[in-house]
Design a protein around this ligand. Structure first.
Ligand code: GLU
Length: 263
């Protein structure tokens, strides 16, 4: 099912979590970004359009400003994201530059999605960039989004972006292979659910575990993201981004993942 979904989609939104983009030391993994850019460039040459939703500003900020690691103050955390966002975009720019592809940064807040004029502007800008062969890289504008007005995690932001751009498919690249019936980090016998057709039924049948270390999401926000996009007729794939050449492997059917299908 996953190869068919990818083959059929012309407009794909890819979301990368912090755990997927950073190596064990919390540094942005340039090799990983390079490998993805190479696979994405091939898709683009084949006529597909892509938008990236990228986390990692905070983790990149931390690895740049190590002396701030213990600071919990909100303004330091926002300052960290401001520093890290530059590192993150620099890494994405270098990755795509090798393929002659420009990238563009779009930083959004929750308010932006609630305002019709802003939404229209965002949509038009996205269309313009993509039509010009540029790859937009979206993140939350962490510097202005204090807790009360934060979207808070990028699974939701990715779903909102997919809807805004009228994407054909959303692919969430995470550090798990897909949706399991139990938390695989706690239960070795957990089984991967390869297809979800009835999300409500699935929610009843699985048990949701803890969130991971760098990221802010977890399986609950991924299911919410699926619910959002499915209600607009957009299918979603949840897969491990860190597997070798994950995008190509998913497209070829040699890597497993979970396909959330429109009923
Ligand atoms: N916007 C946050 C960052 O770039 C990530 C939010 C998330 O982990 O989903 O660090």
């Amino acid at each position: 099912m996953i190869p068919t979904l990818i083959a059929a989609a012309r407009k794909i939104v890819f979301k990368f979590g912090s755990n997927t983009l950073a190596d064990k030391d919390g540094k942005i993994n340039a090799l990983f970004l390079g490998e993805f850019a190479e696979q994405a460039a091939a898709l683009i040459r084949g006529g597909k359009q892509i938008v990236i939703v990228s986390s990692g500003a905070q983790v990149a900020g931390l690895s740049t400003m190590e002396k701030w690691a213990r600071k919990r103050d909100l303004h330091y955390r926002q300052a960290l994201c401001a520093v890290g966002q530059v590192e993150l975009m620099d890494a994405w720019r270098r990755a795509f530059e090798k393929h002659g592809i420009h990238i563009a940064q779009i930083l959004l807040t929750r308010d932006d999605f609630g305002d019709q004029i802003r939404t229209l502007n965002m949509r038009n800008t996205l269309f313009t960039l993509v039509d010009e062969g540029i790859v937009p890289v979206i993140n939350e504008n962490d510097t202005v989004s204090v807790e009360e007005i934060k979207i808070g995690e990028n699974d939701t932001l990715a779903a909102q972006s997919a809807i805004l751009w009228s994407a054909d498919l959303l692919i969430l690249f995470s550090d798990i292979d897909g949706l399991y019936d139990k938390n695989p980090k706690e239960h070795p016998n957990a089984e991967l659910v390869s297809e979800v057709r009835d999300l409500e039924e699935t929610r009843k049948n699985i048990s949701i575990g803890e969130t991971n270390s760098f990221g802010t999401g977890g399986i609950a926000t991924k299911l919410d993201a699926a619910q959002r996009v499915l209600s607009y007729g957009i299918p979603m794939i949840l897969a491990h981004g860190g597997r070798p050449r994950a995008l190509e492997a998913l497209a070829a059917g040699t890597q497993r993942g979970t396909a959330f299908l429109v009923e």
